[in-house]
Write a protein that binds this ligand. Structure first.
Ligand code: NAP
Length: 245
């Protein structure tokens, strides 16, 4: 029980990796805030997280790309639970288009959710966390290697690794640790909705598909005191997929 009495915000926690992560923190004693777009889904996830053993869970409707909604979620967590120990910046989305068809709106949408959302939560975490706090960002192997049609996503995920580095430098004097995970292919709706996978442009060996719980376990490690000396690290969790020629 590494997170007894701690308060953890997980963004995009109504589905996939975020939901598994919220359950993992709850099962280790944390009070969990589910920050997700849809209020009904956020509340349903909070009930699921409590049923899985969390002492308490709160669903907060939050579009991470809107700074006022991020401020409201963090303020709500502080008001309800009195502290903030961990933020997991997990909410993310992709757009699939050739570069010649992409618009400024496409890029702004992806960058505002996948990158700015993490910046907004990092800023609020820095303003509210006490020493000992931790942030875990969820990037992607697309930060290092990619496929066609996802230029904005790959750029946002690479920039999130860079934000992690900058945040780690500025967080260290505050006693805060910031690290990033680069998941490989994980069995969630986002993976199977991916047109590159459906069309075969991106091929996946079933042995290289991980479970949301595999990422949740790595997130919990980086957020815990077990990782007390891990700062600014980028951890690839892909079952070794990128190692193969
Ligand atoms: P998922 O099942 O699609 O879950 C993403 C969640 O984020 C959904 O509940 C979604 O809500 C929510 N969300 C989307 N936009 C949001 C916003 N603006 N504000 C708040 N919440 C928002 O995806 P996943 O596969 O678990 O992915 C989680 C993270 O892992 C993402 O950052 C993704 O890039 C990363 N990742 C996933 C894989 C993979 O293979 N699955 C691989 C590498 C990295 P709605 O459903 O209502 O839109």
């Amino acid at each position: 029980m590494r997170f007894t009495d701690k308060v953890v915000i997980v963004t995009g926690a109504a589905s996939g990796i975020g939901l598994a992560t919220a359950k993992r923190f709850g099962s280790e004693g944390a009070h969990v805030v589910i920050a997700d777009l849809n209020p009904a889904k956020a509340e349903a996830a909070a009930q699921e997280v409590k049923a899985a053993g969390a002492p308490d869970a709160w669903g907060s409707a939050c579009d991470v790309s809107k700074e006022d909604q991020v401020i409201a979620t963090v303020a709500g967590a502080m008001q309800k639970f009195g502290r903030l120990d961990v933020v997991v910046n997990n909410a993310g989305l992709m757009v699939f288009k050739p570069i010649t068809d992409q618009t400024a709106d496409d890029w702004n949408r992806i960058l505002s959710v996948d990158l700015l959302g993490a910046f907004f939560f990092t800023k609020q975490a820095f303003l509210n966390m006490k020493p000992g706090g931790a942030i875990v960002n969820i990037s992607s192997i697309h930060a290092e290697e990619t496929s066609p049609l996802v230029a904005s996503y790959a750029a946002a995920k690479a920039a999130l690794v860079s934000l992690t580095r900058s945040s780690a430098l500025e967080g260290k004097p505050k006693g805060l640790r910031i690290n990033v995970i680069l998941p490989g292919a994980i069995d969630t709706p986002m993976l199977w909705d991916n047109p590159n996978i459906k069309s075969g442009v991106e091929k996946i060996n079933p042995a290289d598909v991980g479970k949301p719980e595999d990422i949740a376990a790595a997130i919990a490690y980086l957020a815990s005191d077990d990782a007390a000396f891990v700062q600014g690290a980028a951890l690839r969790v892909d079952g070794g997929r990128l190692d193969q020629l």
